[in-house]
Structures are given as C-alpha cells and as structure tokens.
Design a protein around this ligand. Structure first.
Ligand SMILES: [Fe+2]
Length: 330
C-alpha cells in the first residue's frame, strides 16, 4: 500500500467522513492528517537500522497516532503493520533455532495470543539464573518518596542473565509471528515494586487503573516474574481481546477506565498470578492494569518488541539495535 492509498483508506473511514475534515480544519493546521500519515509511513517502512527523518516531533506524532488509533478503531494500526511486514519480512532462521519443547511453548503462546491478546508460559530459563537475577534486582534501592525502583538500557545489559534471556530465539519467534514482521527489541527493564504509601501515590500515572498502551504502532510485552506473585503482590491484570476493533463504541475512548465501567460492560478480567520464572506475553493495546503491591515485593523483567521505530521519545534503538544485529545476523 502506498502512502496515497493509506491516506485515502483512513479518509474513507466512517469517522473521517463524519469528523475528520472538520477536526483537520479547526484544531490543526492544513494537511495535518496527511502530514502525520506520511511520517508514520516513513517510520513503518524504514529499516530499524536507519533512523527516519522526523519532521513531526516525537511527542506530537505519538499523540496523533493514539488519536488516529481511536478514531479509526484500529484500522490504521493494521494497515501500517502490513507496510512494516512488507519492509521487514519475517526471518525464516528463527523457527529453526528453537530447540525441543520450546517450539511447543511458542506455538501454544501464539495460539493464546491470537485468541485473547495474552499468553502465559512456564519458565524457559534455569532457576539458578532466575534466582541470580532476582538477587540483583532485589539490591536496587527504592527512593524514599517512591514504592519502586527500575533500571533499563546499558545498565541492564551488563547482567549476563539478562543477555541469556533476550538471546533466546523463542521470544523473538513469538514476537515475529505475532507482529507479522521482523520484530524490533526496544526496551529491556528490571523493576522492583513494594507496598506504597497512598498519600504519595498517583494511581493513574502508575498504571494501576484500567487503560490501553499506544506508544507504538504494534507491540508485544514479555513480563518475566523474578519473584512469586500472588494477588497481594501486584500481578498484571488484563481484559482479553479488548483492543478497539473488538469492542463496542461505548468502550472505545481514551483515558482511564473506572472499575464500574468494566463491570457494566460485562468484560471479564484476568489476574496473572504466578511463580518466579513465569512469563506473561501481553499485547497491551488490550485493556490492562497492575494491581497494587500490598505485601512483600514484586520483581519483574520486562521486554518490549515493536513493529516499527519512532512514535515515542523513550525509545533507545541505538543500544538494543546493536544487540539485535549481533543476535540475529551473527
Ligand atoms: Fe500500560
């Protein structure tokens, strides 16, 4: 699909015919949507080794893409993903590298993802390495005015256990098949969370309320528990299959969703309790939240794969891009 086709496809959606032209005229400068779509097209069709020439600033394009996701009910995301798939086709070598029972885990995870937007897997990693990494995460110091500590970027990649996890072709294969293209690893984080003081806590900011993520076009998270997580330790919680193309109009708005709205909608939520080493694979375009840590602590490693660069200033493709080239093209 060319950029022209993409623009006309978005412009032919029911939303655009009803609201789009008026919005483009009133709220934004002339040609705003065409401009944003051109930038999005450049980013999804670019090779991840090449940073696109960003003519629209990162925070603005992120807000615009979120807005267009809402207004096209996911159509734009799917069309951009097809362009990413054509630009960076899947690597056939990944599947061949998966050993033994891991290919069964991978196929089952993909089945669950297709059905629910979420999947769970038992540990793929040695308990010894998990325990060693958990010890290191546990050593992180939580600031006095907070309930959590985190680490990312080069600091995280110094730990051999992290390198072992992210070198496993199983997760790359799952990300590739789900994202329909050669995936890009753009975030590796370690988190330690403890019970918080209500007075200090911003519940919405800390993602403890129902919401969807849209910092990228299509993306997939792997949450690897590094401690046992019971209901009182703040498990991840989701509503399966709640991306906008699957939801009624009254459930498709931006912002946080109150518990009462979820209850009235009839949607059923799932809380992912589990043991050290359990893995949750999550497309967090679906509604989700983290339950609060009321007891003990929760230790987690989080990996994020995306189908295209850009859209958010938090991305650090230089660090992970180098690692990815070493892993996939060695
Ligand atoms: Fe989130």
């Amino acid at each position: 699909m060319s950029i022209r086709d993409l623009i006309s496809k978005v412009q032919s959606t029911e939303w655009y015919l009803r609201e789009g032209s008026a919005l483009a005229e009133q709220k934004y400068e002339e040609g705003w949507i065409a401009n944003i779509l051109q930038e999005a097209y450049n980013q999804v069709s670019g090779n991840y080794q090449h940073q696109c020439n960003v003519s629209v600033s990162a925070p603005n394009i992120n807000i615009a893409m979120r807005f267009l996701y809402l207004k096209t009910k996911g159509l734009l995301t799917l069309e951009l993903n097809k362009i990413a798939a054509r630009s960076r086709p899947k690597l056939s070598c990944l599947e061949k590298q998966i050993r033994g029972e891991r290919s069964v885990y991978a196929d089952f995870a993909l089945y669950q993802l297709g059905k629910m937007g979420y999947a769970t897997m038992s540990s793929l990693y040695s308990q010894r390495n998990l325990a060693a990494l958990a010890d290191k995460v546990n050593e992180m110091v939580i600031p006095a005015n907070s309930s959590r500590a985190w680490m990312q970027g080069e600091q995280v990649l110094k730990h051999n256990e992290v390198l072992e996890f992210i070198s496993d072709p199983t997760i790359w294969y799952i990300a590739q098949e789900y994202l329909n293209c050669q995936p890009i690893l753009n975030e590796v984080q370690l988190w330690k969370s403890e019970p918080f003081n209500e007075a200090l806590h911003n519940k919405s900011k800390d993602a403890l309320e129902w919401h969807f993520d849209h910092d990228h076009n299509r993306f997939l998270l792997f949450l690897i528990y590094l401690s046992d997580v019971k209901l009182s330790n703040g498990p991840h919680q989701c509503i399966p299959k709640s991306s906008f193309e699957n939801m009624p109009s009254f459930m498709t708005y931006d912002g946080r969703y109150e518990d009462v709205v979820i209850e009235r909608s009839g949607c059923k939520s799932l809380a992912f309790t589990g043991g050290m080493g359990d893995i949750i694979v999550a497309d967090t375009i679906n509604l989700h939240r983290g339950l609060p840590v009321n007891e003990g602590r929760r230790l987690v490693m989080q990996l994020r794969f995306v189908d295209s660069t850009g859209f958010t200033p938090r991305d650090d493709f230089n660090i992970y891009g180098k690692l990815q080239r070493e892993l996939l093209y060695a």
